[in-house]
Design a protein. Structure first.
Ligand code: B12
Length: 482
């Protein structure tokens, strides 16, 4: 028997959809699985001790979604908590522990090392965990388990990431209490594909999901939506890195949802790249139930778009906003301010441009989380080799350790970059602003003006009061209503 544990206690709660998919695959292989959901536990260590007082599984699998909240200056870090959870598990069971999840996969070896876990699986969990259980039962040929990280002869060994292609996922979605997540988290996730073939310098998605696009059959996605609908869930968030890459698949998904009559029964949101996008796709999306899109806009400065290795230009972004609005799709633009070469002028250029193209809202995130194995990781390493650390922001002491929240904010923005950005925004309510530290607290705890979803109290309250949808859309409406 396999015991799966959701370790993500961030609120508003987001369902551990990876565990739903994994449980589907494990049960198809004839292995029983049970869930300890720490998101809903009052006292996590009590919940763990209580469970193991009368259960002895053959393997304990922990899902680790967020290594940190990726938000400066909050910089909330969760790997320390994961280590404590593993220590608690060790004190009550001899069963081996395996960790997986996006946050895990970005830092796989480092996390196995830091937390003392027996195993980790980098990449997709569905087939890898079944193979691990089989190898634990007989053979112990760990080199045959896709994506596995394990200890052998005092060192850590690893197999290539588990990114099977094509992917076929279970559609039952009945392992996790999705309805409770929906009521407390306002939306429910599902995927239409995995992987991203773009090379944006800051993005960790290719580390966790691979650079190959691994598509799901549209009919499988529609079946999954039917399962969620039958559980009472009708507001969804596609969990693809970018829904419209490739465009043909996005269009095929929309066609299928329309064909099944789902477009009128659900509302959904997605992350999207600014290109490829056009009238026809927007119209298909609207007919398939799309309520809103969060574009990876990044910047309104051509120089910064090039630095980030974006494929779109300013005109594409302006055009994408117009097309959405013509199709009643609400638009959020995610900005990434403070990257290499950012200056007060490029920030001003971006903010002025966003004001002009007038999306419903824009997130002005300041500070780029630096991940090892990305373009940002290389830039930061090069600067550090030259003895330059003035662009690096962090809250921890000692040597720079990218496992811990480490950000890049161009020093050209001066001593008080947050104030600079907020001044340029000038109180324009379409923008979610970077948070300012107020006596050790960040402003989201004070006035809810930013869009860190970690402990976002106004958001939690709105969902309790019945709000549903993407968080930026709920926050946007809250502000309008004020
Ligand atoms: C969609 C999304 C969102 C949506 C979620 C909508 C929803 N209803 O689900 C929203 C907008 C709400 C969101 C919010 C946040 N997100 Co987000 N999100 C994503 C995204 C794009 C997809 C996540 C997902 O669900 N994937 C699909 C599932 C099925 O995949 P999975 O969880 O990885 O599971 C698979 C494997 O990892 C593995 N696995 C999982 N568990 C286990 C367990 C075991 C034992 C094993 C063996 C394997 C295994 O198998 C699974 C199936 O193959 C990812 C990036 C990405 N492309 O993955 C970022 C991402 C996870 N988010 C991230 C962050 C930071 C956040 C926020 C903290 C941001 C913030 N400050 O507000 C919040 C956290 C919210 C919360 N309560 O947890 C970061 C985490 C990075 C990090 N440093 O750890 C990511 C990686 C984006 C990024 N590159 O920065 N997010």
């Amino acid at each position: 028997m396999l015991t799966l544990i959701n370790t993500n206690r961030m609120v508003p709660v987001i369902g551990p959809i990876g565990l739903d998919y994994i449980a589907g695959s494990v049960s198809q292989s004839g292995i029983d699985a049970e869930l300890i959901d720490l998101a809903f536990a009052e006292e996590p260590s009590e919940a763990i001790r209580g469970y193991f007082s009368n259960q002895q599984p053959e393997l304990v699998g922990l899902s680790f979604r967020n290594a940190d909240d990726c938000f400066w200056p909050s910089a909330d870090w969760f790997v320390g908590g994961l280590k404590e959870t593993i220590e608690t598990i060790r004190s009550v069971t001899e069963a081996p522990v395996v960790v997986g999840g996006v946050g895990f996969s970005i830092f796989a070896k480092e996390i196995v090392e830091y937390t003392g876990a027996d195993f980790g699986i980098r990449g997709d969990g569905e087939t890898a965990i079944v193979e691990l259980i089989q190898q634990l039962r007989e053979g112990r040929k760990f080199s045959e388990v896709p994506g596995l990280i394990w200890r052998e002869d005092g060192r850590i060994r690893s197999n290539p990431a588990a990114w099977p292609s094509p992917i076929r996922l279970g559609t039952g979605r009945d392992f996790v209490d999705n309805l409770s997540y929906f009521k407390k988290g306002g939306q429910c996730g599902l995927e239409t594909k995995r992987g991203c073939n773009r090379r944006c310098i800051y993005c960790a998605d290719p580390l966790a999901k691979g650079s190959e696009l691994r598509l799901r059959e549209p009919s499988e996605v529609a079946d999954e939506i039917q399962s969620l609908l039958s559980q009472g869930i009708d507001v969804l968030h596609f969990c693809d890195s970018e829904f419209n890459i490739p465009r043909s698949h996005a269009a095929a998904i929309c066609d299928e949802l329309k064909r099944c009559g789902l477009g009128k029964r659900i509302r959904w949101y997605a992350y999207m790249s600014v290109t490829p996008f056009d009238e026809e796709l927007a119209s298909k999306m609207a007919q398939a139930g799309c309520a809103g899109v969060d574009f990876t806009g990044d910047s309104g400065s051509p120089a910064m778009l090039q630095t980030y290795r974006q494929q779109h230009n300013k005109d594409d972004l302006a055009c994408a906003v117009r097309i959405c609005q013509a199709n009643d799709i609400v638009v959020m633009i995610d900005l990434l301010l403070g990257g290499p070469g950012e200056t007060p002028q490029t920030v001003q250029e971006t903010i002025d441009f966003i004001k002009k193209i007038n999306p419903e809202c824009a997130g002005a995130a300041l500070g780029v989380r630096i991940y090892p194995g990305t373009g940002m990781g290389e830039i930061a390493a090069q600067e550090l080799r030259k003895g330059k650390d003035s662009n690096i922001r962090r809250k921890y002491e000692g040597a720079i350790d990218l496992l811990k929240p480490t950000f890049y904010i161009s020093d050209a923005l001066g001593e008080r970059p947050t104030e600079l950005v907020r001044d340029l925004i000038g109180g324009d309510e379409r923008f979610f602003e970077p948070a300012v530290e107020v006596e050790g607290e960040t402003t989201e705890e004070v006035d809810g003006s930013n869009y860190n979803y970690n402990e976002n109290l106004p958001l939690i309250k709105a969902i309790e009061n019945g709000a549903r949808g993407a968080y930026w859309d709920i926050l946007r409406q809250l502000r309008k209503g004020q």
